[in-house]
Design a protein around this ligand. Structure first.
Ligand SMILES: *[C@@H]1O[C@H](CO)[C@@H](O)[C@H](O)[C@H]1NC(C)=O
Ligand SMILES: *[C@@H]1O[C@H](CO)[C@@H](O)[C@H](O)[C@H]1NC(C)=O
Ligand SMILES: *[C@@H]1O[C@H](CO)[C@@H](O)[C@H](O)[C@H]1NC(C)=O
Ligand SMILES: *[C@@H]1O[C@H](CO)[C@@H](O)[C@H](O)[C@H]1NC(C)=O
Ligand SMILES: *[C@@H]1O[C@H](CO)[C@@H](O)[C@H](O)[C@H]1NC(C)=O
Ligand SMILES: *[C@@H]1O[C@H](CO)[C@@H](O)[C@H](O)[C@H]1NC(C)=O
Ligand SMILES: *[C@@H]1O[C@H](CO)[C@@H](O)[C@H](O)[C@H]1NC(C)=O
Ligand SMILES: *[C@@H]1O[C@H](CO)[C@@H](O)[C@H](O)[C@H]1NC(C)=O
Ligand SMILES: *[C@@H]1O[C@H](CO)[C@@H](O)[C@H](O)[C@H]1NC(C)=O
Ligand SMILES: *[C@@H]1O[C@H](CO)[C@@H](O)[C@H](O)[C@H]1NC(C)=O
Ligand SMILES: *[C@@H]1O[C@H](CO)[C@@H](O)[C@H](O)[C@H]1NC(C)=O
Length: 832
């Protein structure tokens, strides 16, 4: 029943989603109805099964060849369209008509031969156009003049030979990036950049063009956000001349240099950069230069006013003999070829506040720095082993606010950050941290706001690990471990913490008090652990929690009773990747999930692991109807069992009454052997023998009495005898009441049976004989008997001659009542 419901549901949902999105197999559905990837599927036209709501469509590497008008007008939702390497040779007019929201169009690697004049019509929101490697020869007849919303235009790897920008560029007021790399531009001359003169926000990439000539003064008054000239000059002599031609240019960021695998510039002369004295530059990049002149003082003399200096892949071993850079604020050295830190003379760099030395494979030791104003130091991604980390002496500054030592080899702690109390951000991720000794390592860092010790082989043993970090706002410690895999209350003093990442930590349990003081916490990532339970009560103190990520643990459910403890501030909860037990015990939880679906992320679905027929099915398909059915079944069974027990109890209690009933049916009113069955107390046996038997059995007419001492069959249980011999075979019952009788349990049993018997056989009657006066109070103790005596008349034994006479007459009359004739005869014959 259950599996079939589930299967039907799944089939139905798949079926409907297929109807909705067309067929499900022609493209990869990255995000339903939104993103489809159709790379390399041998489509010769746009597939019909792409839903019109699709925003991101990748059709690259299909043999589309030519595009007809309105090819995409059905998919009106498109925002990104990738048509890379589709062998498109012809784009007709109005091909993209209808794509009101298209923002990115990628046409890389198409051998376009024919382009309609209205080819790009109907793209009112296009921001990024990529026409790299499309056989473009000239910008003049490239029909994009109306695309005034363009922000990025990529025209690289074509055959454009002139930088003469068409006048329509003047209307591209939002253009920020113009990429013309790998074209055939040889010179920059009069009027070329005139149309963009008013756009000061543009970055122009002319890398890998064979530039030979820049007309001097032609760039005067032009302000560029960036100018990239990598591999643009075939020799340092040509570069020298061209830079001189750039007089009067104002550029925020200038990039010069080569590509590592294609060095064109030879070794530099000390005057190679002289032309830059007349160029206003704030950020200067030099990429992969082959060799600096020994006179670096002279070489850099025109760059002294820059504020940011990047040296990438530079062949430097030392940076002595530098001119003074009075405004240099940031120095970045990336992938250079030194294996010990170059000495940076603080006199040359009086304003240096930021130093980044990254990605040096051979840099293994940290020599002391002497930069007293340094506030930011990024030494990440080298191969450093820091033997005694860290103090103000290590870096020659006490002003350090940001220290990044991540992705290095080993860091040994010994100085506990003495003198670095101003640190606000400390990144040690992916280093092997040694000698932590579980002391409060960061005790002095009271200003620290950001700490990353992810993947540092940290094994947290001490409760005091984070003591002192009273201003910490972000703590990342993924990929470490905790003692016994239990999270204790180690975050006690981190009351300012806003985000906490303890993913990939092998955690098996989180103690209730672990997060007690984290009232400011907004983001908690505890994913990829081994938690089998996560009590929502843990989150109760997290009054500001917005994002909770418990994905990829071993949770089978959350405790349904405590779900109310989850803070109301939550906007996102991720429980995906857990082996949920989709059983009725957890139905409150699954109901809660359904009611809080807005907190879940559709792309990270929660699926069942158990029971097996629900495996990999979304927990949203868990149906509590089956649970109600189960409840009903349980209730019914309980009721049934109770009824059976009740019946058994009744049968037990009234066993003899039932036997009586059975006997009645069996005998079915057949002949009776006795006239009366006498019930009496054994104490009264004498009276029964001497008076009752004598008078009734020996008188005329004579009556046959059933007396247990005489008539009961030996070897049969007394109770059975009472019923089978006494009641079943007698017409009437004589009850001899005395004090003894009332006190005897057997007698009580007998007259109760008698009562039932009377009730069952209509003609039968009970004759009560009151042998002695019994006190009413004693009588009342036998409620039933008392009631019977009140309802029925009874005979009183009186041992006087008149009393006897009356008594025997009344008794005989009562016994005769209902006696059949034949019986009478038999009785009469018997008496003769
Ligand atoms: C691609 O589709 C064409 C027909 O459209 C067919 O002739 C060709 O064999 C297909 N190529 C592959 C590799 O399937
Ligand atoms: C275009 O985007 C806007 C807002 O982003 C949306 O309201 C509109 O429906 C989209 N148009 C089409 C045709 O999808
Ligand atoms: C610069 O290039 C343009 C067009 O390619 C050409 O007409 C002009 O003669 C060139 N000027 C110089 C000085 O090379
Ligand atoms: C300049 O470009 C930046 C992005 O690079 C953008 O944020 C800014 O708004 C642009 N300014 C103008 C005046 O266009
Ligand atoms: C650097 O700026 C100072 C004044 O701010 C100026 O005198 C000097 O000429 C500039 N140097 C260069 C090479 O531009
Ligand atoms: C430290 O450097 C690494 C690698 O360069 C980088 O990923 C990380 O974001 C940096 N840390 C901070 C806090 O900026
Ligand atoms: C840490 O918090 C405890 C109380 O939770 C407090 O007694 C102690 O002084 C705090 N320690 C520091 C260093 O702030
Ligand atoms: C937590 O750290 C893990 C591992 O570094 C990372 O993948 C994840 O994105 C982080 N979580 C958050 C919320 O930043
Ligand atoms: C939760 O963590 C997992 C694994 O790190 C990640 O894939 C997922 O995107 C996160 N969820 C949210 C809502 O950040
Ligand atoms: C069962 O599901 C229905 C509808 O989804 C819901 O109204 C009801 O509260 C659920 N019962 C329980 C016990 O969760
Ligand atoms: C859902 O999760 C995916 C990846 O895990 C992420 O890229 C996306 O931004 C998330 N969406 C929302 C609405 O949180």
């Amino acid at each position: 029943m259950v599996p079939w419901t589930a299967v039907a549901l799944i089939t139905a949902t798949t079926f409907f989603s297929c109807l909705d999105t067309g067929s499900c197999h022609s493209c990869l559905e990255v995000f339903p109805s939104i993103e489809y990837q159709c790379t390399d599927r041998n489509f010769s036209e746009v597939p019909m099964d792409i839903p019109s709501s699709t925003q991101n469509l990748d059709l690259s590497f299909n043999p589309l060849r030519s595009l007809a008008p309105r090819s995409f007008s059905r998919i009106t939702g498109l925002i990104i369209l990738d048509l890379s390497r589709c062998d498109i040779q012809k784009i007709e007019d109005d091909t993209y008509q209808g794509l009101y929201n298209l923002s990115t169009l990628i046409l890389t690697g198409n051998p376009i031969q024919s382009l309609g004049l209205r080819a790009f019509y109907g793209l009112p929101k296009l921001q990024k156009l990529v026409v790299v490697e499309t056989n473009l020869v000239s910008l003049e007849d490239f029909p994009i003049g109306h695309l005034v919303t363009l922000q990025e235009l990529y025209l690289g790897h074509n055959f454009i030979s002139s930088l003469q920008l068409p006048s329509y560029f003047a209307s591209f007021s939002s253009l920020q990036h113009l990429d013309l790399h790998l074209n055939q531009i040889k010179n920059i001359s009069d009027g070329d950049l005139e149309p963009i003169k008013l756009n000061s926000n543009l970055t122009l990439d002319l890398s890998q063009n064979p530039i030979q000539y820049i007309q001097p003064g032609i760039l005067k008054g032009i302000h560029l956000s960036g100018l990239i000239l990598r591999g643009s000059f075939h020799s340092s002599t040509i570069m020298d001349a061209c830079l001189k031609g750039m007089t009067g240019l104002q550029v925020d960021k200038l990039v010069l240099g080569d590509y590592k695998n294609e060095i064109r510039l030879g070794s530099f002369e000390s005057n190679t950069l002289d032309g830059l004295c007349e160029v206003d530059i704030s950020e200067f990049w030099m990429v992969a230069p082959s060799e600096f002149p020994s006179d670096s003082n002279g070489f850099f003399k025109c760059l002294v006013n820059i504020s940011i200096f990047h040296l990438v892949m530079a062949p430097i071993e030392e940076l002595t003999n530098l001119p003074t850079f009075p405004k240099l604020f940031s120095l970045v050295l990336t992938e250079c070829n030194f294996d010990i830190l170059p000495i940076l003379p603080s006199t040359s760099l009086p304003s240096l506040k930021e130093l980044r030395i990254t990605r040096h494979k051979d840099l293994t030791t940290l020599s002391n720095l002497e930069l007293p104003n340094l506030e930011l130091l990024d030494l990440s991604q080298n191969s450093l082993t820091v033997l005694s980390c860290c103090s103000d002496n290590t870096f020659g500054t006490t002003k350090l606010k940001y220290l990044n030592l991540s992705y290095n080899a080993h860091i040994k702690f010994s100085k506990n950050f003495m003198g670095l109390e101003n640190l606000e951000s400390l990144d040690l991720q992916h280093c092997k941290l040694k000698d932590q000794n579980n002391l409060p390592l960061f005790f002095s860092l009271t200003n620290l706001q950001y700490l990353d010790i992810s993947y540092t082989d940290t094994h947290v043993k001490s409760k005091h690990m984070f003591t002192g970090l009273s201003n910490l706002r972000h703590l990342k410690m993924a990929g470490n471990s905790f003692q016994d895999n239990i999270l204790h209350d180690i975050f006690k003093n981190l009351s300012e913490l806003v985000s906490l990442n303890i993913s990939y930590c092998h955690l098996e349990r989180v103690l209730q008090e672990a997060m007690e003081s984290l009232h400011q916490l907004q983001v908690l990532d505890i994913s990829h652990n081994n938690l089998q339970t996560f009590d929502p009560l843990i989150c109760m103190p997290l009054w500001n929690l917005q994002v909770l990520n418990c994905s990829f643990n071993s949770l089978t459910a959350l405790d349904g009773q405590n779900l109310e403890a989850l803070p109301g501030t939550l906007v996102s909860i991720d429980l995906s990747g857990n082996p949920f037990d989709c059983v009725c015990d957890h139905q409150i939880f699954f109901q809660w999930v359904k009611e809080h679906i807005h907190l879940l992320n559709r792309s990270n679905p929660m699926t069942c692991q158990n029971p097996s027929h629900m495996k990999d099915v979304s927990v949203l398909l868990f149906d509590n109807i089956t649970c109600q059915m189960k409840n009903t079944i349980i209730a019914m069974s309980v009721l049934g069992i109770m009824v059976v027990i009740l019946v058994l109890a009744l049968v037990y209690k009234f066993y003899f009454h039932l036997m009586l009933l059975v006997g009645c049916k069996k005998i079915g009113g057949g002949e009776s052997t006795y006239d009366a069955f006498v019930i009496y107390s054994s104490q009264d046996e004498e009276w029964v023998r001497k008076e009752l038997v004598k008078n009734l059995e020996e008188g005329v007419p004579s009556f046959q009495l059933c007396l247990h001492y005489r008539d009961f069959i030996p070897g049969v249980a007394i109770a059975a005898n009472i019923i089978q011999e006494g009641f079943h075979k007698s017409r009437k019952v004589i009850v001899v009441i005395s004090k003894h009788f009332i006190q005897s349990r057997w007698c009580k049993f007998e007259y109760e049976i008698a009562q039932t018997w009377q009730f069952l056989s209509s003609q039968a009657g009970i004759i009560f004989i009151m042998l002695q006066k019994v006190e009413k109070s004693l009588l009342r103790q036998q409620v039933e008997l008392y009631r019977l005596l009140r309802r029925n008349t009874y005979l009183e034994w009186e041992d006087t001659s008149l009393g006897r006479h009356v008594f025997w007459r009344r008794l005989r009359k009562a016994l005769l009542d209902g006696r059949t004739k034949s019986h009478n005869k038999v009785a009469e014959q018997g008496t003769r």
